[in-house]
Ligand binder design. Sequence first.
Ligand code: KIV
Ligand code: ZN
Length: 386
Amino acid sequence: MAQKIEIFDTTLRDGEQVPGCQLRTEEKAIIARELELLGVDVIEAGFPISSPGDFLSVVEISKAVNEPVVCALTRSKKEDIDVAAEALHHAKRGRIHTGIGSSDVHIKHKFRSNRDQVLEQGVWATKYAKAKGYEVEFYAEDAGRADLVFLAQLVEAVIAAGADVVNIPDTTGYCLPNLYGKRIQYLMENVKNIDKAIISVHCHNDLGLATANTIAGLSNGARQAEVTINGIGERAGNTSLEEVAMILKTHKDLELYSNIKSERLYELSLLVSSMMRMPVQANKAIVGRNAFAHSSGIHQDGFLKHAENYEIINPSDVGVPSSSIVLTARSGRAALKHRAELLGHRVEGEELNTLYENFLVVADEKKEVTDADLVVLMASMPVLSK
Ligand code: KIV
Ligand code: ZN
């Protein structure tokens, strides 16, 4: 029977660390509500001790969403955990994500410590966080380069200390898929209490392997994937949510599934890209402008004969509209309504009037109102629902 993969979204924490992509708290709350509608299981809302803004974002996101677990990042430090616990006060289900470096590089050159002390600190932090009454996820930072026997000891010790989830990050994006998969397999086979926790995969894209590594980890027993919309994140980014969701949906042979409502992916990709001022590359898988565009004559001919000749995903499955009506200040309500419907929103009566007035303001400023502009306009009208 297919097994469920928990989708842990860190767009608002790891994704938001990208220079120039910082969001205001209200914008984060809007994205968090959309992530809830998308069906993510966990939202990492920020690193509360890092700034008053991050603290406030965790508070507001905790109030804004009902279903997803709201998660706050900490180091293995008392003050971090105290502040995170306070920020999560309004969460219906809160999680403290604490951890420490696990590779010798980090242990020696970041903490100027040794393996024993790191293990002791990790166990202490897990127990301290657990005593706050929240779920606890422990991250073994730079696990992709850690000594595997030590990593297994650390994982076993933090599970014994009460960790509900253990995150095995490839922090530097160093691993190859088969090696990362084998790391997860080793932990599944050698950590005695592994059945007491969920193993999570968190991959970075420095070698362009984040999605491949994530899938390798899930195929070897991990049951949570840490991802961001459009794959945004530090340096070359994190694993992209839309890629993982569509791989699980397309490859039934993996016998894994997520609760992601894939028809909402395109719209959320546009929203995040606009709010973060971070364009999506045209050839980005699933959500890029060219992801469903066929340009060569041979492909066009084959596609028109039978779409499956050149498409493994139906664009409507990820919410990509096929029509190309251009919206400008000359467009009427009918065109706007049609375009909103293609993006999945039925807008009528007063709602349509309000949307139209807001639309004209944007249309007067810009030559053409894009899907991205429309998605931002609709997201700021909370009454609009799909
Ligand atoms: O990449 C990483 O190791 C992280 C941890 C803080 C979870 O983002
Ligand atoms: Zn990370």
